[in-house]
Write a protein that binds this ligand. Structure first.
Ligand code: 1CP
Length: 341
């Protein structure tokens, strides 16, 4: 294993932390913006040459230690039969939302893999392109987060329609969540068969639920996915999930992603020593002065010292972050040496 990222995910304390950034493959990169003008979002995701070019960009241009597949969590509603469009300047829009048992029954969970034929060829082409020490991270949305979009139909600050749906019709919500879970397992198994080295589940909207409802509507489905794919390197990231960290710590997983509201001391007091911690710089710090960014990054690394650790942001990199700042963050991590402390 010659990847520092996989070593840390395997529970090793590496000489310096490995580093990658959530959402590193799009958004802020000028070369990505050029491709965005020419091709639709799902063309970029589904054409192996384009997905490969975009996935590899941050390796060559920023110097991160791992690549993440250029795709989206909304591939799942799409294969279940709900068309998704990206509205420029607004975000994703789903063609219809789930309201009734009939809508749920109409979701097509058969032949999930056959209906996303290019995922395998994208992964295979990316793997050929990547240097042998740079692993490829696959991913999917956690079922609760995908459910939020399938009920709300678009992005939202509070996903109140998705939440009130779950609270008022829990049996139907769980039926929808089961279908999302089943197809996500098939999807991830296909990503693994095609060559990914690890995967991350993004529960971006998990933090919108209180603990009791998280344990009802999110955690069991994440657990089902982890248990269905034992022994394969996996990271679970629940944004805003500090209140359920002790539950996430019980999952069959190798890494837990942390956002910037979780202090390293608190995380260390909860998380088992063999689980790697990943995070958790506030992405907005990449909009501050070089000195503030360097000091905050070094302080962050120091605070996680003594544990297997992967440096990352606490959520996705923002579209308005200058490329130079992303490079400075990555280079600061790469020049950190634990043994000099
Ligand atoms: O044309 C464009 O640039 C569209 C923007 C875009 C991009 C670059 C979307 C639509 N998806 C992606 C790629 C993507 N999405 C990646 C891989 C590449 C990368 O950016 O590194 C990943 C890992 C995701 C995951 C994703 N999509 C999440 C989880 C991570 C997170 O940020 O919390 C979520 C919530 C989505 C939904 C989604 N897809 C796209 C947008 C704009 C959104 C957010 C919508 C919203 O709720 O406002």
């Amino acid at each position: 294993m010659n990847s520092i990222f996989l070593k840390a995910l395997n529970g090793e304390i590496t000489d310096r932390p490995p580093v990658w950034m959530m959402r590193q493959a799009g958004r802020y990169l000028p070369d990505y913006m050029k491709l965005r003008e020419k091709y639709s979002f799902f063309d970029r995701v589904e054409t192996p040459e384009l997905a490969t070019e975009i996935t590899v960009m941050p390796i060559n241009q920023i110097g991160v230690d791992a690549a993440i597949l250029f795709s989206d969590i909304l591939v799942i509603p799409k294969v279940l039969g709900i068309d998704v469009r990206l509205i420029p300047g607004k975000g994703p829009l789903l063609e219809k939302t789930i309201k009734t048992y009939a809508d749920c029954d109409a979701l097509n969970t058969f032949d999930v893999v056959e209906r996303m034929p290019t995922v395998s060829s994208c992964i295979q082409m990316i793997k050929q392109e990547l240097p042998s020490n740079i692993p490829l991270i696959g991913f999917a949305g956690a079922p609760w987060t995908v459910f939020c979009y399938m009920i709300q139909g678009k992005g939202s600050k509070d996903f109140s329609e998705a939440k009130s749906f779950a609270f008022s019709q829990p049996d139907l919500a769980m039926k929808v969540l089961e279908k999302i879970t089943e197809s996500t397992i098939e999807y991830l198994k296909n990503q693994i068969a095609s060559g990914i080295d690890a995967f991350q589940l993004f529960d971006s909207w998990g933090g919108l639920l209180d603990k009791a409802n998280y344990l009802k509507f999110s955690f069991p489905y994440i657990k089902k996915i982890c248990d269905a794919i034992p022994g394969f390197p996996k990271i679970i990231f629940a944004k805003g999930g500090w209140h359920v960290l002790e539950d996430l710590n019980r999952l069959e997983c190798n890494g837990l992603g942390l956002d910037w509201t979780i202090g390293a001391d608190y995380a260390k007091s909860i998380i088992q020593p063999n689980i790697a911690m990943q995070g958790n710089l506030d992405p907005s710090l990449l909009l501050s002065s070089d000195e503030t960014l360097i000091n905050s990054t070094n302080d962050m690394i120091k605070s996680f010292q003594g544990r297997p650790y992967i440096a990352n942001l606490g959520h996705g990199i923002l579209p308005n972050i200058p490329v130079e700042k992303a490079k400075l963050f990555v280079n600061t991590v790469k020049s950190y040496k634990y043994k000099n402390d």
